[in-house]
Design a binder for this molecule. Structure first.
Ligand code: TXA
Ligand code: MG
Length: 329
């Protein structure tokens, strides 16, 4: 994140506040990915998010709040674990699913009796939230199913100016993958989406293990990030262990396809373009969406990706890659 991108001047701040209060959308930077924000207390404003994204109306959106002080304004029957986690990880990449307050609209919750709440850490959005006072409903600022945006330019590429007048530029996102989602509704805390805060860190604070519920997609607990084909580039993406991809790469080359291999180690035996990714999970996460977007613009017929190690620090990245891939080996 560059230094100039940590604070809004009065003019920018007022423009954003006026648009939000008038029920319009604003693109906001967060530490995970950019969000497409609307005033969470105006159902018509929230409806504009769904229209802009082409997102099914029954998918709930996260409400962004300034901090733990606002928790009880949006949720009720809040268990102690929620305060414990919020105090440890907020502001930061953790979303808590809690029982909603009665005023929280169906437009936000997708008709469920729960609400997802998160206090984002990006200084610009913190500043905005503190002046706004209310909550900002915001999914990732991309067309439904497409790669999430990690720069303001990515957001501008997703929506016309007519739909989205203002995108606040907060530089490139630090974390690069979405927040971890933990449900605190029901008898045991559940991990619904791995993300910016590791499962181990949450378990350490709770002193208990988290049940892992990805791939669960039921009418009761809808998590759109768990649908097949999400976070996907437009070019066909094929993922797998490096060794297992070789045969498929050879096949595509025999068909005269233009291909690239996204990898963490250059394979000198392969005479194709290779795109080197970082070896640490933090740096990899920070770059993966921008990489997929960049390669998507280069007219490849197929993107191949050699999967990173299968250890716990890579959980969120594996989750996103599995959903972004058109085919997995
Ligand atoms: O890091 C993030 O979480 C980013 C930034 C912008 O904050 N937001 C984000 O939003 O990833 P979105 O809409 O792309 O994904 C949010 C996920 C969705 O899968 C949604 O279904 C789930 O959160 N969600 C929201 N409210 C929920 C609820 N009440 N119960 C279950 N899942 C919920
Ligand atoms: Mg999303």
């Amino acid at each position: 994140m560059n230094q100039s991108a940590t604070r809004l001047n009065t003019e920018e701040l007022n423009l954003a506040l006026n648009l939000l209060r008038a029920g319009e959308l604003v693109g906001i930077p967060t530490e995970t990915v950019y969000g497409l924000a609307a005033d969470a207390s105006q159902p018509e404003a929230v409806a504009k998010i769904f229209a802009a994204k082409g997102r099914p109306a029954d998918h709930p959106v996260i409400v962004h709040i300034a901090g733990v002080e606002q928790l009880a304004a949006w949720a009720q029957n809040i268990p102690d674990e929620a305060y414990l986690l919020a105090q440890h990880f907020w502001p930061g990449p953790l979303t808590l699913i809690l029982e909603r307050q009665a005023h929280v609209s169906d437009a936000v919750t997708g008709g469920q009796n729960t609400v997802g709440l998160r206090a984002p850490a990006h200084p610009i959005t913190q500043q905005l939230l503190q002046h706004f006072g209310g909550g900002l409903a915001a999914p990732s600022a991309n067309q439904f199913g497409h790669v999430s945006p990690t720069t303001a330019a990515h957001v501008r590429g997703e929506f016309s100016e007519e739909v989205l007048q203002l995108v606040l530029d907060g530089g490139a996102c630090d974390v690069g993958v979405e927040s971890t989602i933990v449900s605190l509704v029901g008898d045991k805390p559940k991990l619904l989406r791995p993300g910016g805060v590791s499962r181990e860190a949450i378990e350490a604070v709770l002193g208990d293990s988290l049940e892992h519920h990805t791939n669960q997609y039921t009418a009761k607990q809808r998590v759109s990030g768990l649908l097949d084909s999400h976070y996907a580039p437009r070019t066909t993406l094929i993922t797998g262990q490096a060794a297992r991809l070789q045969e498929c790469i050879a096949e595509k080359l025999a068909q005269n396809q233009k291909v690239v291999l996204i990898c963490q180690e250059i394979n000198t035996k392969l005479d194709i373009e290779q795109f080197l990714m970082p070896s640490s999970p933090q740096a990899y996460a920070q770059q993966i969406y921008a990489t997929l977007r960049q390669l998507d613009l280069q007219r490849f017929d197929t993107l191949f990706l050699a999967l990173p190690p299968n250890t716990t620090e890579w959980l969120a990245i594996h989750d996103r890659l599995a959903r972004a891939a058109h085919h997995r080996y």
